[in-house]
Write a new protein. Sequence first.
Length: 76
Amino acid sequence: MTTSDWRKVFKQLKAKPVVMKKYIKHNSPRTRTTGVAKKHCARCGRLGGHISKYGLGVCRCCFREIATKIGFKKYS
């Protein structure tokens, strides 16, 4: 019962409801409340390097691309 997506195994477990309930309890992904995986970039979906200041919600790479368009100036 190894698979990349935890929901694909349901086909095999339809006949065993008790085993299926236990499988869902231990293998479904948790909902994140804090940490890196909580915030995604609004443009590309990247997890790391997230800039949420001023309500931007983009990663650092996307910020470099759109900074001049949204009114930021590059000094030096």
